[in-house]
Design a protein around this ligand. Structure first.
Ligand code: AOF
Ligand code: ZN
Length: 372
């Protein structure tokens, strides 16, 4: 086959493998929701995706489905196959055993414990190995895992819904609803993909949100409230014991032990954070705590003060701004970002080129933070 045709085919099948990652997303944490395909004579003969830590990785599942057809076939996998004995045996061994002739993978696996690169190991055993096919898309799809494994903390997505004049509520505080049903449905999917959803106490007091994933078959995230002085009412909807995922309230040095007990009594976990050097709470401490618990993705849903806290402490990885075609005006109406802000244009927080998606009648601008 011509090299250009082979590359086109490789990209085609990698895109199909990428589509499988959606089935494990939000459930596989702290592991990546890897997708794998076995292709023999141009036909897909096996599919696999990683569902949950402790259960088989994507590759052995796809190989098992392919059975004897895997011999001499090509394996497409969104992340470099692991070469280590972890919760499950090394995927490289399953690949060798199945007699696969060629392995095509997307993103490399920087996990230090997967031991020295499955790609190089397989190439050393005589398999044809092609790395980096749709590498950028694969790294994007696995970004929660990649941030967690390299930084030890969850990947943070700051999500904000605003009017075209940049307001998140009217001057009187009314905010229901800014965006339309299509945008809001997508936010519920996001909640299902992220292990945890975080809001500041201001938002919790004004909106009394549930922070659950209200989609059929959806999974409720861990709900985190940052509330330095524990002003939240223990009867708030976030403490509803019927919701899954659990609830954590992060407070500051001035929180009273009686308030900590009041919240623990309704089943919440309470975590005391140190003050940050520049004011507010040390949010890196919160993220490190969550990272140690295996939380790899956080959806930060506001409000403006907390959002600025995370941004100014360099802890936001990507922003999702939903804009509704409405105008509110009002000098005191809530802005998208609070805090002190930066003093000069030269200090602006730089973003990568935004992706644009439509959720009629709204638009979503989606950008990662430029690497420092
Ligand atoms: C793969 N295929 O489907 C996944 C991989 O504890 P374990 O045994 O489940 O291993 C977890 C690590 O394996 C995880 O941190 C990541 O480096 C890799 N994930 N590798 O070959 C998969 N999910
Ligand atoms: Zn593996």
């Amino acid at each position: 086959m011509e090299q250009a045709d082979q590359q086109r085919l490789d990209r085609h099948f990698m895109a199909r493998a990428l589509a499988l990652t959606r089935r494990g997303l939000g459930r596989s944490s702290p592991n990546p929701a890897v997708g794998a395909l076995v292709v023999a004579e141009g036909r897909i003969v096996g599919r696999g995706w990683h569902v949950k830590k402790g259960q088989p990785h994507a590759e052995p599942l796809a190989l098992a489905q392919a059975g004897a057809a895997a011999r001499g076939a090509t394996l497409y996998v969104t992340l470099e196959p692991c070469n280590h004995q972890g919760a499950t045996p090394p995927c490289t061994q399953a690949i060798l055993r199945a007699g696969v002739a060629r392995v095509v993978y997307g993103a490399g696996d920087p996990n230090p414990t997967v031991a020295g690169g499955g790609g190089a190991f397989l190439a050393g055993r005589g398999l044809a190995v092609e790395a980096g096919v749709l590498a950028e898309q694969c790294a994007f799809e696995h970004r929660f895992f990649l941030t967690h494994i390299t930084k030890g903390r969850p990947h943070v997505i700051l999500k904000t819904a605003a009017t075209l004049d940049g307001k998140t509520a009217t001057a009187s505080g009314d905010s229901r609803w800014i965006t339309g049903p299509a945008s809001r449905r997508f936010v519920h999917r996001l909640r299902g993909w992220c292990d945890c959803v975080c809001v500041g106490v201001g938002t919790a007091l004004v909106d009394d949100p549930q922070l659950t994933c209200r989609l059929p078959g959806g999974r409720d995230p861990l709900r985190v409230i940052v509330d330095s002085r524990l002003r939240i009412d223990h009867r708030a909807k976030v403490f509803d014991p019927a919701a899954g995922g659990g609830c954590l309230v992060a407070c500051g040095p001035l929180a009273r032990p009686a308030d900590m007990e009041r919240l623990r009594a309704v089943g919440a976990e309470v975590l005391r954070l140190s003050p940050a050097a520049g004011g507010g709470l040390d949010l890196a401490e919160l993220l490190d705590h969550l990272g140690r618990r295996g939380v790899i993705g956080m959806l930060l849903e506001g409000g403006a003060t907390l959002a600025w806290g995370f941004l100014s402490q360099g802890l936001v990885d990507e922003v999702m701004y939903f804009f509704a075609p409405k105008l509110l005006g009002g000098a005191t109406a809530a802005p998208m970002l609070g805090g002190a802000g930066v003093a000069a244009m030269a200090q602006a927080i730089e973003l990568g080129a935004p992706r644009l998606r439509r959720f009629n009648p709204d638009v979503l601008l989606w950008a990662s933070l430029a690497a420092p």
